[in-house]
Design a binder for this molecule. Structure first.
Ligand SMILES: *Cc1c(COP(=O)(O)O)cnc(C)c1O
Ligand code: SF4
Length: 459
C-alpha cells in the first residue's frame, strides 16, 4: 500500500436543517425555495457535507440537479396540503407548531415495512442476535449500532424514519461476540454483509472489532465480508485523508491475508459521483488494498430515471475496475410517490441501458425488488396465449428452492411493487405465497433458522 496522507485533507463536517440560513452555497436560492426546504426538512431527514455541496452539486441547475434532488428534501415529497400548512408555519416563524405538525406528518407517512422484524431475527444459544437478519441461506446481514447514520442522507432513503428518531434502531447491534458465535455455528454462511446506515461512518478501530474475530480458522466457511457503503459517493476522504483512512485499508488487507475476500458494496446513484478525482483515487486505494468494489443503487425519479444515466454509470464503473451489481426498485417508503418509477418503465430504462454497454457491465442485474419472499427480478414483458404478462424471476429466496424460478404476473403499466401485481393466467396466487403464509404463522422455517445450540453444546 502506498503511504497515506492521513490528517492532511478536509475535516468532515455535517450540515443539517439548522444550517440552512448560513450555507453560502444556498445564497442563490429564492425565498420560496428556502421556505420549501425548511418546511420539508422538518419532516424528512436532511444532512449534507462540504464535499457534497462543493464537489457534487451543480448549483447552476437548481432544483433539477440530480445530486440536489438526491440530498435536499423536495416540496413534492409532501402532500400539497401538508406542504402548504408547513410552509405557512415557516413563513410565520412558528417553530413549535411547525415541529408538532411535522411530527404528525412523519407518523402517518412512516410505512413500517411488515414482516422484516418477526421473520428474520436469528437466534444463537437460545438468545436473539439483534441487529442481524439471516433471510438468505448464504448471507448474514448485520447492522452494527455505531454505523446507523451516513455521511449525508439520501432523500429517498427507506430508513428515514430511523434517522428522524421515529423508529428505534431495532435492527442494530454492538454484539461482536454473539456475531462471532453465530457465524461459527452456521457453516452454511459464506457471506457477512455489514450494513447500516453506513458502516464506514464507524472508526476503523470499531469496525475492526467486528471483523477481526471472523478471520480465524473456526469461521473458515465465511469467505466474503461485504460492506454496504455510500462513502465513495458522499465522503471519499474516508479512504484518503481521514485520520484512520490507512487503518481501514490495512483492515481490508488483513481480510485478504486471511484468505478471504472483502467487497465494498458501493451505492452510486449517479455517474457524477464517479467523476471527482477524490472518488477515483479512493477507488484505486481500495482496490490496491485488495478489495473488490461492486456497485448498486435504486432507480429513482428525478435522480437517475434515464437509460443514459445508467449506461454511462456502468461504463464508468467498469472503466474504474468496479463491478456493476444491482439496479433496485425503490421499496415503499413514506415519500415514495415523488420518487417512484413504475415497473414497466423501470424495465424499459434498464433494458435500454443494458443494451448500450459491453458484456463486462452486464454483470448488473435488475430491475430487482427486495420483497418479503425474496429478490424478484422483472425480467421482461411478453405475451403468452394472448395475455400480456410480466416475466418475473426470484433471484434470491427465503426458501433456497425458489431461487431462479420464473413466474408470471398480469401486465400492469402502473404497478410499482410486487404487491400491486396479480398472478397471470387466472391463477389465484404466486408460487411462494402458500409457504410465506406457513412461515408467517410459524408452521415452516428454513433449516438454518432452527437453533442448533444443543447439538453444538454436546458436540
Ligand atoms: C440483498 C440482500 C442480501 C444479499 O443478497 P445477494 O443477492 O447475495 O447480494 C442479503 N440479505 C438481504 C436481507 C438482502 O436483502
Ligand atoms: S446512504 Fe443508504 S442508508 Fe444512508 S441515507 Fe442513503 S440510502 Fe439511506
Amino acid at each position: 500500500m502506498q503511504g497515506g496522507r492521513e490528517g492532511s485533507g478536509p475535516q468532515y463536517r455535517a450540515f443539517g436543517r439548522s444550517h440552512l440560513d448560513r450555507l453560502e452555497q444556498l445564497s442563490g436560492l429564492s425565498v420560496e425555495q428556502k421556505v420549501a426546504l425548511k418546511a420539508v426538512s422538518a419532516v424528512f431527514p436532511f444532512k449534507v457535507n462540504s464535499y457534497v455541496l462543493d464537489r457534487l452539486i451543480d448549483w447552476t441547475d437548481i432544483p433539477n440537479d440530480p445530486i440536489f434532488q438526491l440530498t435536499f428534501p423536495q416540496a413534492g415529497m409532501l402532500e400539497p396540503a401538508d406542504f402548504g400548512l408547513l410552509s405557512d408555519l415557516v413563513i410565520r416563524k412558528e417553530d413549535e407548531r411547525l415541529l408538532r405538525m411535522a411530527r404528525k406528518v412523519q407518523l402517518y407517512m412512516n410505512p413500517h415495512p411488515a414482516g422484516q422484524m418477526d421473520l428474520n431475527i436469528p437466534m444463537i444459544d437460545g438468545e436473539y442476535l439483534p441487529g442481524a437478519q439471516h433471510k438468505y441461506r448464504e448471507t448474514l446481514l448485520f447492522f452494527p449500532s455505531q454505523g446507523q447514520t451516513c455521511h449525508a442522507y439520501c432523500t429517498y432513503c427507506f430508513r428515514w424514519a430511523q434517522f428522524v428518531g421515529l423508529d428505534e434502531f431495532r435492527f442494530s447491534s454492538r454484539e461482536t461476540d454473539t456475531l462471532f458465535r453465530y457465524v461459527e455455528a452456521h457453516p452454511e454462511l459464506t457471506d457477512l454483509l455489514l450494513t447500516g446506515g453506513d458502516p464506514l461512518i464507524m472508526s476503523s478501530r470499531i469496525l475492526r472489532r467486528y471483523i477481526e474475530p471472523l478471520l480465524g480458522p473456526s469461521t473458515e466457511h465465511l469467505t466474503t465480508i461485504r460492506i454496504g457503503t455510500k462513502a465513495l459517493g458522499y465522503w471519499p476522504h474516508r479512504f484518503l485523508t481521514d485520520p484512520d483512512a490507512d487503518d481501514l485499508l490495512r483492515l481490508f488487507e488483513a481480510v485478504r491475508s486471511s484468505g478471504r475476500q472483502i467487497a465494498l458494496m458501493a451505492h452510486f446513484s449517479h455517474p457524477r459521483e464517479l467523476e471527482t478525482p477524490e472518488c477515483r483515487e479512493a477507488m484505486r486505494r481500495i482496490q490496491d488494498a485488495g478489495a473488490v468494489i461492486r456497485c448498486q443503487a435504486p432507480l429513482i425519479r428525478h435522480v437517475n430515471d434515464s437509460a443514459s444515466v445508467w449506461s454511462s454509470m456502468w461504463k464508468e464503473q467498469v472503466k474504474l475496475g468496479a463491478v456493476p451489481y444491482y439496479l433496485f426498485i425503490e421499496r415503499n417508503t413514506g415519500p415514495k410517490h415523488y420518487f417512484e418509477v413504475p415497473l414497466a418503465r423501470a424495465l424499459k430504462i434498464f433494458s435500454q441501458a443494458y443494451a448500450e454497454v459491453g458484456g463486462l457491465a452486464r454483470t448488473v442485474r435488475g430491475p430487482s425488488m427486495s420483497a418479503a419472499p425474496g429478490k424478484v427480478l422483472i425480467d421482461g414483458v411478453t405475451e403468452v396465449a394472448g395475455e400480456r404478462v410480466f416475466v418475473l424471476k426470484m433471484i434470491q429466496g427465503r426458501d433456497p428452492q425458489w431461487v431462479n424460478q420464473v413466474f408470471f404476473a398480469k401486465f400492469d403499466p402502473q404497478a410499482v411493487w410486487l404487491d400491486d401485481l396479480e398472478p397471470a393466467f387466472g391463477e389465484d396466487q404466486f408460487f411462494f405465497e402458500r409457504r410465506m403464509r406457513a412461515m408467517r404463522s410459524g408452521l415452516w422455517e428454513p433449516e438454518w433458522k432452527i437453533d442448533t445450540d444443543h447439538e453444538q453444546a454436546s458436540a
